[in-house]
Design a protein around this ligand. Structure first.
Ligand SMILES: C[C@](O)(CO)[C@H](O)COP(=O)(O)OP(=O)(O)OC[C@H]1O[C@@H](n2ccc(N)nc2=O)[C@H](O)[C@@H]1O
Ligand SMILES: Nc1ncnc2c1ncn2[C@@H]1O[C@H](COP(=O)(O)OP(=O)(O)OP(=O)(O)O)[C@@H](O)[C@H]1O
Length: 294
């Protein structure tokens, strides 16, 4: 890595619970959720160039360049750059899309954090989180880079330190439409609000689960299979399901018999985002080379 290039991991997140406490006039839902990162990551490599263009390789199947959240995030920083700077971004995609683990939002946040450095935009984390909010409800937590209790429509974040167990994460073979879940008239929308201390101690449930299972029989099937092996949870609006284990061997034992049709990962919760750990390392070595004043 040089002053003109950086490679960063872009992690997934889990919603350890997700309560819907109401709905606003504009249709958006008021939530309470607990975000924790996990150590499965996409990888993004950024190389600046002396022409004003943003290129991404490889393209994501089914997503045009202009729709790619990486492109949108880079574009949102244009107003804070000089005319003659651009970027080429190499993407290694590992996170499944539409699984409720926030890969697109994470990629957007990683791009904001990287280009803020490489393009010398000098924006604060608050400013980057504000830009991120316009790209997706989950972008700000990835920008801030700490596990958080979220309220409002997901934008009011309080950093927290939940336990960081191992997780068995399973992806049923289907793609859940977030819009379809949030517009279902039978969605639970009146869970009473809880306090942070309660959330950390006792956790909660995912109010989307029943509606997600109803629209996606494959989630229902995977949920019933996993129920034999622990306390199964849905992340976001799915389709991914997870079980927490204190011991990695337990996760491995269950994973050995998972039906072949479902993808799975064994991972660990992280309360600090791997993106921030790598970025701080890069800033430190840049300082050591004398390129940034303390
Ligand atoms: C449910 C979560 O996964 C929890 O982490 C996220 O809040 C959803 O994140 P996302 O997919 O990035 O969501 P967005 O792209 O911002 O919104 C997708 C759609 O979900 C609905 N939506 C989203 C967030 C929210 N608090 N209320 C909503 O009703 C809206 O219909 C919106 O059009
Ligand atoms: N860089 C990107 N990576 C993944 N998806 C992207 C990206 N850019 C745009 N998208 C679009 O965003 C959609 C949602 O992607 P994402 O991986 O964030 O879903 P998700 O895991 O369900 O997230 P969430 O929990 O935020 O709902 C994808 O189906 C895709 O059409």
């Amino acid at each position: 890595m040089t002053d003109h290039s950086i490679s960063l991991p872009s992690p997934a997140k889990l919603n350890l619970f997700l309560h819907i406490t109401g709905q606003r006039e504009d249709g958006y839902h008021e939530l309470q959720t607990l975000f924790q990162f996990i150590d499965i990551c996409d990888e993004l490599s950024f190389n600046t160039k002396q022409e004003r263009s943003i290129t991404i390789e490889p393209a994501i199947e089914g997503v045009s360049l202009e729709e790619n959240l990486i492109y949108k995030a880079a574009q949102s920083l244009w107003p804070f750059t000089s005319e003659q700077i651009g970027v080429h971004i190499a993407l290694t995609k590992r996170l499944p899309m539409g699984g409720g683990i926030g890969g697109g939002s994470s990629n957007a946040a990683t791009t904001l954090l990287a280009l803020n450095q490489l393009w010398n935009c000098n924006l604060s984390i608050d400013q980057l989180a504000d830009l991120g909010r316009d790209l997706g409800a989950d972008v700000p937590v990835f920008v801030r880079g700490h596990a958080a209790f979220a309220q409002g429509i997901g934008e009011l974040l309080t950093p927290v330190e939940p336990k960081a167990p191992f997780y068995l994460l399973v992806k049923p073979n289907c793609h859940v439409s977030t819009g379809q879940i949030f517009t279902d008239k039978y969605l639970t929308r009146d869970t009473p609000p809880i306090r942070i201390a309660h959330a950390l101690k006792l956790g909660g449930k995912n109010d989307c689960l029943e509606v997600v299972k109803k629209h996606n029989p494959e989630v229902d099937e995977a949920f019933r299979w996993l129920q034999n092996y622990g306390d199964v949870k849905l992340t976001g609006t799915g389709a991914c399901l997870f079980i927490a284990y204190d011991n990695i061997e337990d996760a491995k034992r269950v994973s050995a018999s998972i039906p072949k049709k479902w993808q799975f990962w064994i991972c660990q919760g992280c309360n600090v985002s791997p993106t921030h750990l790598a970025l701080n390392q890069w800033i430190k070595s840049k300082r050591a080379r004398g390129s940034i004043a303390d």
